[in-house]
Design a protein around this ligand. Structure first.
Ligand SMILES: [Zn+2]
Length: 311
C-alpha cells in the first residue's frame, strides 16, 4: 500500500487492518491518503469546491477519487480513529472495489452517448452508482465480510423514516414551487435510497426480506414506497457479477440502459416521473402520486416525527 498521511494518521494496527482490506480485494498497491481535513482534501482532488461530507443520515468515512494519475482512496481519519479494526478493514476492501472499477473504466463516465436525453442520463447515473455499490458489496459478502451498517435491517428502519420525511418535506417546502429545486430535492433522496437498496440487495440471499424488526411506520413506508418495486430490482441485480469479475463494454452498456427503467420505476413508486418535455422543452418532472396518497404519506410522516420527538 502506498500511504500518504497528513495529520495524526492511524495506529500501526489500524494500518495493518487497512492493508488486509486492500489485499482481500487484490489491490495491495492502491494509493491511500489518510487525512484530518477530509472535506478540503476531497475538494482539492476532485476540483469540486462544492463537495461536502454529509450524506443521507451519515458522515462519509472514506472516498475513492479518480485523478489524472489514477485512483486514490481518501480516509477521513477523525471519523475512523476510534472505530474497530474490522470496520476499517471492511471499509478499505470496499474502497478497493471502487479502485478496481475505476481502473477498468467500468462506470458511467464516458457513456452519455448511450442516451438521447438529459433525464435518461440523470437516471442512468443514479442507477450506475448504485450498481457500483451492489457489485462491491456482493464481492464483500462473498469474501465473508459482515453486512455493512447501511445494508442492515436497523438501517432500513432509519432509511424508511427519512425517505418519507424527505419526500414530504420537498412536497410542502415553498421552495419547491421552483420545479428545478423540487426535482433536485426528490432526486437527491433517490440518490441515497437507491444506493441503500443496492447495499441491502447485495446481502439479501432471498428476494423476500425479513422486515419483522421494522417499526410500524417504517414498515408502512416500505410497503407503500418500496414493496412493489423491490422484486424488479432484485431480479435485475441477480445477473450482475460482483466487482471481481470484469464486464466488457457492451455488457455494461446494456446493464446501464436497463438501469434507467429500474430507476424510473423507483421514482414512480416515490410518486414522480421524468419524461420528454413538450415542444421546445428539455424534459418534464411531474408528480404522479394522487393528492389523497400524498395526504396519507404526509400524515404518516408527521406521526412518525412526533413519535421520535417525544421519545
Ligand atoms: Zn462505495
Amino acid at each position: 500500500m502506498q500511504a500518504e498521511v497528513t495529520g495524526a494518521g492511524f495506529r500501526e494496527d489500524q494500518l495493518t487492518a487497512i492493508e488486509a482490506g486492500l489485499n482481500a480485494m487484490s489491490e495491495p498497491d492502491a494509493r491511500v491518503v489518510i487525512v484530518d481535513n477530509f472535506v478540503d482534501t476531497v475538494q482539492r482532488l476532485t476540483q469540486n469546491p462544492a463537495y461536502s461530507a454529509g450524506r443521507g443520515a451519515g458522515i462519509v468515512a472514506a472516498k475513492t477519487i479518480h485523478t489524472s494519475t489514477g485512483e486514490v482512496i481518501v480516509f477521513n481519519a477523525p471519523e475512523l480513529r476510534n472505530r474497530d479494526n474490522l470496520l476499517l478493514e471492511r471499509l478499505a476492501a470496499h474502497e478497493a472495489g471502487h479502485v478496481k472499477l475505476g481502473k477498468r473504466g467500468e462506470g458511467v463516465i464516458g457513456r452519455q452517448h448511450l442516451v438521447d436525453s438529459e433525464w435518461r442520463w440523470l437516471l442512468m447515473c443514479l442507477g450506475a452508482l448504485a450498481i457500483d455499490e451492489l457489485r462491491i458489496e456482493r464481492g464483500l459478502a462473498d469474501l465473508g465480510y459482515p453486512v455493512a451498517m447501511t445494508g442492515d435491517v436497523d438501517y432500513i428502519d432509519e432509511a424508511m423514516f427519512w425517505l418519507n420525511c424527505e419526500l414530504m418535506n420537498a412536497l410542502v417546502d415553498p421552495a419547491s414551487s421552483d420545479v428545478e429545486k423540487f426535482q433536485g430535492a426528490v432526486m437527491s433522496t433517490q440518490d441515497w435510497l437507491t444506493k441503500h437498496l443496492a447495499y441491502v440487495a447485495a446481502y439479501a440471499s432471498s428476494p423476500t426480506l425479513d422486515l419483522s424488526a421494522l417499526s410500524s411506520h417504517s414498515r408502512q413506508n416500505w410497503d407503500d414506497y418500496i414493496a412493489a418495486h423491490w422484486g424488479k430490482r432484485v431480479a435485475f441485480y441477480e445477473n450482475i457479477p460482483d466487482v471481481r469479475t470484469a464486464l466488457d463494454a457492451s455488457e455494461l452498456d446494456s446493464i446501464l440502459l436497463s438501469a434507467i427503467d429500474i430507476e424510473a420505476d423507483l421514482l414512480s413508486s416515490l410518486g414522480f416521473r421524468l419524461s420528454d418535455g413538450g415542444h421546445g422543452q428539455g424534459y418534464a418532472f411531474r408528480r404522479v402520486s394522487s393528492d389523497s396518497q400524498c395526504a396519507r404519506r404526509l400524515q404518516r410522516a408527521r406521526e412518525a416525527f412526533a413519535l421520535r420527538d417525544s421519545a
